[in-house]
Design a protein around this ligand. Sequence first.
Ligand SMILES: NC(=O)c1ccc[n+]([C@@H]2O[C@H](COP(=O)([O-])OP(=O)(O)OC[C@H]3O[C@@H](n4cnc5c(N)ncnc54)[C@H](O)[C@@H]3O)[C@@H](O)[C@H]2O)c1
Ligand SMILES: [Zn+2]
Length: 356
Amino acid sequence: MSVDVINLRSNIKDYIAIFPEDNSFLQEINQEQHKIFIIDQTVDKLYASKCLNVLGNAEKIIFKVHETSKNIHGVIALYDQVMKFQPKKNTTIISIGGGIMQDLSGYVASTLFRGVKWIFIPTTLLAQADSCIGAKTSLNYKKYKNLMGTFYPPNTIYIYPNFLQTQNETDYYSGVGEVAKLLLMGGEDATQFFLKHLAEIKKRDFLVLSQIIKKCLLIKKAYIEEDEFDMGKRNMLNFGHCFGHALETATNFIVPHGQAVVLGIILANYIAEKRNVLSAKKREYLQKNILTEILKIDINSIKINLTEVIAAMKKDKKRIGQDLPLIMLNDNYEMLKINDLKETEVEYALKKIGWL
Ligand SMILES: NC(=O)c1ccc[n+]([C@@H]2O[C@H](COP(=O)([O-])OP(=O)(O)OC[C@H]3O[C@@H](n4cnc5c(N)ncnc54)[C@H](O)[C@@H]3O)[C@@H](O)[C@H]2O)c1
Ligand SMILES: [Zn+2]
């Protein structure tokens, strides 16, 4: 089995992301002693007779995930099942699923005996290309998203893009939005690579996706290794998210997260153009060739209210001072953060996109 590996440095423990060529890695993992599998119910249904059958009668928890149970109650439900297998300090948790499975099982792995060995197999594009590295486990608290959490990386991550074949369009394109964000942050070469391979990304070509995911993780690695605990530089990964989170809130979450990020980038680019940070030519080029190409929602069908967007932006966790924060891209694909975004500029950008 030939593999590619990305090594990740962490203050908690160093870890690796492995890109296996075929699914024989599952047999290898199954050799692990004292293991408990935690598998997303949808993934189990889709793959039980395809590749997960190699796990045989290993100890397994099939868990139904939903954003509304990504909280402390979901953790307790999962603990109840884990405890039935009488785990010990040397137990390995092996979880298989998307970002919700990562957050829930990662929280369990990080708190069970104050941390047990954890192997994660992400099965969504968002989890493979973005969330699987960075060591954050997050739980929602009431209506506050990702308010609770721990820093705890898996020991090993196995990235196998064949799983992405079965993702529905909405979830897949939500992942594509985060991929676009990271590749724009990666500069001209990464952006051109994305453009060149857009047709294959849409077809979910295994080899192209492997390369794209690798690029995304290497771009994110530079930010998280320098600022693992999110005190400064890592905040730039919120590109597209200042407006994006506000749009999710203001539309009652009908816009999928990664698609809200794409809209957030379009809006941030309008502000960057107005502030002479990004040329009109570059903004138009990115919008036409990348951003609208991967936007799968009809923006005319979405009702946006300026007051609600501003109110949501004011609740940004990273906000300091009276005005609003915004992360922007410049002509050289460098990231800049401003903390003085005015409400009139928010209105300007929403008008530009055609909402007001
Ligand atoms: N911890 C972090 O650093 C971090 C970063 C970004 C996002 N997140 C979290 O990730 C979550 C979103 O994750 P996601 O986009 O991966 O979605 P998800 O985990 O909600 O999965 C989406 C849906 O796809 C199903 N699914 C998973 N894999 C599949 C496959 N291969 N084929 C078919 N269906 C499949 C799931 O059962 C679910 O119904 C959010 O809760 C978000 O807050 C965490
Ligand atoms: Zn995001």
